[in-house]
Design a protein around this ligand. Structure first.
Ligand SMILES: C[S@@+](CC[C@H](N)C(=O)[O-])C[C@H]1O[C@@H](n2cnc3c(N)ncnc32)[C@H](O)[C@@H]1O
Length: 195
């Protein structure tokens, strides 16, 4: 994986986090309050696991984090309230596939497709993933639950997102400070899912 060794990379290394992405979720959560004690959270595309490292203490011992990724399970990520699965989100049929007996309070997705360098192909793959996650919300996210998803900007992504706005009480976009300025990524934060 290509790593930019900047301030956030070094900070993550010093603070023993698996990736600099931790600071994106931290900023999102500080601003929008998406996570709380006792929550049952699914972290789609968790690998290597910095979002789970942030989320696990936030939800505390009564809460639980379930991470899924197509990568083999990260055995170095061992926290008592985190469960990991090697799974493709395209195969998910409901919370039961992830050992949960009810819908999640929060759905997080930092997923990114493997890139080809061909802009149109990469944008289409990214949108495909995003559409799939929004498609899974009725089976994964409880009514009034919260949602965070990474999006690679494109005209088609903007058109798609506009049509999703009314599925939440509150729907916001954020480009966190720790996201590199040249990056086309931003995050969508949906609060209060209208199931
Ligand atoms: C940017 S990384 C996530 C970093 C993670 N949030 C962290 O903080 O450590 C994106 C992940 O999405 C995963 N991914 C991509 N497509 C996926 C799919 N269809 N199902 C599950 N995971 C997928 C990739 O394998 C990759 O590990």
């Amino acid at each position: 994986m290509f790593k930019v060794k900047d301030h956030y990379y070094n900070k993550a290394k010093d603070e023993k986090y698996f990736a600099r992405s931790i600071y994106k979720l931290e900023e999102i959560d500080q601003r929008f309050k998406v996570l709380k004690k006792g929550d049952l959270v699914v972290d789609l595309g968790y690998f290597p696991g910095s979002w789970a490292q942030y989320t696990a203490p936030k939800v505390g011992p009564e809460g639980r984090v379930v991470g899924i990724d197509i990568q083999p399970v990260n055995k170095k990520l061992q926290l008592p309230n985190v469960t990991l699965f090697e799974k493709d989100i395209f195969t998910l049929t409901g919370p039961g596939d992830l050992g949960a007996d009810r819908a999640f309070d929060v759905v997080l997705s930092d997923m990114a497709p493997s890139t080809t360098g061909i802009k149109t192909v990469d944008q289409a793959r990214s949108l495909d993933l995003i559409e799939s996650v929004f498609g899974l919300l009725p089976i994964l996210l409880r009514p009034q639950g919260n949602f965070v998803i990474k999006v690679f900007d494109s005209h088609d992504a903007q058109v798609f997102l506009k049509a999703q706005k009314n599925r939440f009480n509150d729907f916001q976009f954020l480009k966190p400070k720790s996201t590199r300025s040249i990056s086309k990524e931003f995050f969508v934060i949906g609060k209060g899912f209208k199931a």
